[in-house]
Design a protein around this ligand. Structure first.
Ligand code: GUN
Length: 282
C-alpha cells in the first residue's frame, strides 16, 4: 500500500480563490485589505519569501507594501517604522520578515507590532489568545497544517499527534492547535529519549526539525498521517523535506510532499489573516 498524497498546492489554490472573492466583496464595501512587510537587509532566502508574499497578495487583490531597510539600521529606527505602520489605516496586516540582523532584538520587534495587525500570529498576545482558545490571528504554517488535515477529512479528536520539533514558529503552536481540536499531543525534540519509539505511537506525525530526510519508515506507524514541514535544499539544488518521502510513503496512510505540500498553505493563511483583519475594521 502506498500513502494517499495530501495535495497542499491544490488545496492552497482553492482557498486563495475563496480569499480573492472575499477581497472583491470587501472592495465593494470600500475596504481594500492591505499587507505591509518589512524586510531588513539582503538575505536571499528572506527576499525570496517576501517576493512570494507580495505576488500572492497582489493576485488576491490585496494591496501590498514592501518596506526595505538596510542591514545597518538601528533597532530604534526599526521600532519607529513599525509604529508608523501600526497607525497607517491602509495597512491591516504587518509582519517583519525574520531572521533579523544580530544587533536587533527580535522579541522587542515582534512585541512592537500591534496585535490588531499581527497577521504572522507571533506576538505574545496572539500566542496567549491561541493557547486559551480565543479568536486571534493564528500562526500561518501551523494553521495551514490544521486546514490540510480538515480538507482531507481526517479526524483529529482523540487522536495521538506527535510533533517533532519545538520552534516558536511551528512546533509549539502546531501542537497547541491540535490540542484545541481535542487531540492528545506529544512534543519531541533533540533531547527526547527513544524518539523512534515515541514517533511510532503517532496517528498524526508532524515533522519540523530542519534536517533533510530525518524521518524514515521506522519512525512511522502503519497508516499514520505524516506532515512534513521541512524545506531543505540539497546539493543538487533539489528541495527535500525532513521526511524520507520514498521510504515513508510505503508505510504512511497519508503524506504531504515537499515541495507542494505544507509550503503553499503558509502564504495562503497569511492572506486569510490579512482579510480577517480588514473585516474587523468594518
Ligand atoms: N521567516 C521564516 N518564516 C517566517 C514567517 O512565517 N514569518 C516571518 N515574519 N518571518 C519568517
Amino acid at each position: 500500500m502506498t500513502a494517499e498524497l495530501i495535495k497542499g498546492l491544490e488545496i492552497a489554490e482553492k482557498k486563495r480563490k475563496q480569499i480573492k472573492e472575499k477581497v472583491e466583496e470587501l472592495k465593494q464595501q470600500g475596504i481594500t485589505p492591505g499587507l505591509a512587510v518589512i524586510l531588513v537587509g539582503n538575505n536571499p532566502a528572506s527576499r525570496s519569501y517576501v517576493t512570494g508574499k507580495g505576488k500572492a497578495s497582489e493576485e488576491a487583490g490585496i494591496y501590498f507594501e514592501l518596506i526595505e531597510m538596510p542591514e545597518t539600521i538601528t533597532e530604534e529606527e526599526l521600532l519607529q517604522e513599525i509604529d508608523r505602520v501600526n497607525h497607517d489605516e491602509k495597512i491591516h496586516g504587518l509582519l517583519v520578515q525574520l531572521p533579523l540582523p544580530k544587533h536587533i532584538n527580535e522579541e522587542a520587534v515582534i512585541e512592537k507590532i500591534s496585535p490588531e495587525k499581527d497577521v504572522d500570529g507571533f506576538h505574545p498576545i496572539s500566542i496567549g489568545r491561541m493557547m486559551i482558545g480565543q479568536d486571534t490571528f493564528l500562526p500561518c504554517t501551523p494553521h495551514g497544517i490544521i486546514e490540510l488535515v480538515k480538507e482531507m477529512q481526517i479526524e483529529m479528536s482523540g487522536k495521538h499527534v506527535v510533533v517533532i520539533g519545538r520552534s516558536n514558529i511551528v512546533g509549539k503552536p502546531v501542537g497547541q492547535l491540535f490540542l484545541n481540536e481535542n487531540a492528545t499531543v506529544t512534543y519531541c525534540h533533540s533531547k527526547t529519549n527513544n524518539l523512534k519509539e515515541v514517533a511510532k505511537l503517532a496517528d498524526i506525525l508532524v515533522v519540523a526539525v530542519g534536517r533533510p530526510k530525518f524521518v524514515t519508515a521506522d519512525y512511522v506507524k502503519e497508516g499514520a498521517v505524516v506532515i512534513d514541514v521541512g524545506v531543505n535544499r540539497l546539493e543538487t539544488g533539489k528541495l527535500c523535506g525532513d521526511v524520507d518521502f520514498d521510504d515513508v510513503q510505503q508505510t504512511a496512510g497519508y503524506i504531504t510532499p515537499v515541495p507542494k505540500g505544507v509550503g503553499p498553505m503558509t502564504i495562503t493563511m497569511l492572506l486569510h489573516n490579512t482579510v480577517l483583519s480588514a473585516e474587523c475594521t468594518k
